[in-house]
Design a protein around this ligand. Structure first.
Ligand code: FAD
Length: 313
């Protein structure tokens, strides 16, 4: 059976398990873990079907910008000769993937929301042009390099006992051109990362600037908080939480839009969510055309009632 190389950057989190689950559809998952902790990662990745884990632990991976990671993944490709290479669609994942594709002379597909096996290699689904088109693509040249958005698949356990090998690779001098001088972690909110969360609760202009009910509902559900551009432009929530065409694209299991009208630019960032719930006091709001469940009402009444019901469970 052909092998599929899954690139895991750092500690194993849900997106990595999603990638291994997707890789199982295409062949045998082999993971390359970038950074320390590869041995620990192997047990978690094995639970989801990784047959082999290559550990790539070198200080250069944390010391320099993305290029050493390309060196490591290129060495893994050389060693495994996979039928495809899959990355998570983080900003860094996409940059490493693009550089890898150039390095190995392959085609690249980014931001896939689904990947399925096909006669001519993996068939990906992408939502493009602000979500107006759904595109199915295959890579026509070389080993397909694909980045996959978080929540494209639910992680499904399939226990295997992976072999663990240290990957031999050399960091090229040309990869040491740009050094990381300082890195500041984001202030921890205790909430999941917006693009990786299984549930997102977003607030819009309808909050009137009070995100309390949105945050309380998010916390009761273990969800991330998002915001419309109107809320961000009003200074009510930071831009890093904006969902939409000029913000983040999310694809959670459940997206709750509170006080958001559903403009096309907002929909572009959330319409691939698996289930959409809208709370809006205007029964004619366009968001209801997209919602699986619509609640007509004032979010300041509806959200606290839902939060109380969740907490009572
Ligand atoms: P509004 O459209 O004003 O809607 C507010 C809604 O709240 C209304 O439907 C109202 O009925 C409801 N409401 C009011 N009070 C309550 C209440 N108490 N309880 C319940 N409901 C209530 N927008 C984005 O979101 N993301 C983007 O990335 C983005 N990119 C853009 C890029 C470009 C180039 C352009 C031109 C626009 C972009 N926009 C984006 C803006 C977009 O067009 C809309 O203006 C924006 O999404 C509107 O935000 P909103 O739904 O919060 O506000």
């Amino acid at each position: 059976m052909s092998q599929i190389l899954v690139v895991v950057d750092g500690a194993v989190a849900k997106p990595a398990l999603e990638l291994v689950t997707i890789a199982r559809r295409l062949g045998e998952p082999v993971a390359v873990v970038l950074g320390a902790g590869g041995e620990d990662a192997a047990a978690a990745l094995g639970e989801y079907g990784a047959v082999k884990v290559l550990t790539a632990d070198d200080p250069a991976l944390g010391e320099f910008l993305v290029s050493p990671k390309v060196d490591a993944v290129a060495a893994a490709v050389e060693s495994v000769q996979p039928a495809a290479v899959i990355f998570g669609s983080s900003l860094e994942g996409k940059e490493v993937a693009a550089r890898l594709a150039v390095r190995i002379g392959s085609g690249l597909i980014t931001d896939a929301v689904d990947v399925q096996p096909g006669d001519e290699g993996p068939v990906t689904t992408q939502s493009v042009f602000a979500g107006n088109w759904t595109v199915r693509s295959t890579v026509g040249h070389g080993t397909p390099v694909i980045t996959v958005k978080a929540n494209a698949a639910a992680p499904e356990p399939a226990p295997a006992t992976p072999t663990v090998e240290a990957l031999t690779f050399t960091v090229a001098d040309s990869s040491k051109g740009a050094r990381i001088t300082k890195s500041e972690p984001k202030q921890a909110s205790g909430r999941p990362e917006l693009t990786e969360a299984a549930i997102v609760v977003s607030g819009g202009r309808g909050t009137g600037g009070d995100f309390g009910p949105v945050e309380e509902l998010a916390d009761s559900l273990g969800a991330a908080v998002g915001a419309s551009r109107a809320a961000v432009d009003s200074g009510w929530y930071p831009h890093s939480y904006q969902v939409g065409q000029t913000g983040k694209t999310v694809s959670p299991q459940l997206y709750i839009a509170a006080g958001i009208s559903g403009a096309i630019q907002h929909r572009a960032g959330m319409q691939t969510s698996k289930a959409i719930v809208a709370v809006n006091k205007d029964p004619e709001a366009p968001i209801f055309a997209l919602a699986d469940l619509g609640i007509v009402g004032d979010l300041h009444t509806v959200l606290p009632a839902v939060t109380a019901a969740v907490k009572a469970q």
